[in-house]
Write a protein that binds this ligand. Sequence first.
Ligand code: DQA
Length: 144
Amino acid sequence: MKILVINGPNINMLGIREPEIYGKATYSDLCGMIYEHCEKKGIEADLFQSNHEGDIVDEIQEAYGEYDGIVINPAAYTHTSVAILDALKSVGIPAVEVHISDVSKREDFRQISYVRLYCEKTICGHGFDGYIEAIDYLCERCGL
Ligand code: DQA
């Protein structure tokens, strides 16, 4: 079982950006937590972060035939990107949408999610644990 975890723009700024919303832990802390969890579960995980929409599309396309599941926090691109939605649809890999904050309780412009139209599940407002829940969901789906 091999999972790809994709994070969009400004997720590399965790720990610095709006700590009252996203907490004080860093992107590197997040990566460590995900690797540790996947190691415990005996699954492989690759992590990718980019501030560029096209690079995220490229990464999703390159995932075709390589991964059993995708965990994606497209960050601000959640609310704007048809290209990321289309890339997910193109590769057909089971995917879960994750948001660290509870976007449902934030600004109106955050209420739209394009990737949600493809993703099997959305996890919002559970902080970093949301990524773990998403990984566990994809594992269960694969009978693990
Ligand atoms: C986010 C929520 C988005 O609205 C925002 O643009 C982000 C992070 C989250 O994880 O809560 O950058 O995806």
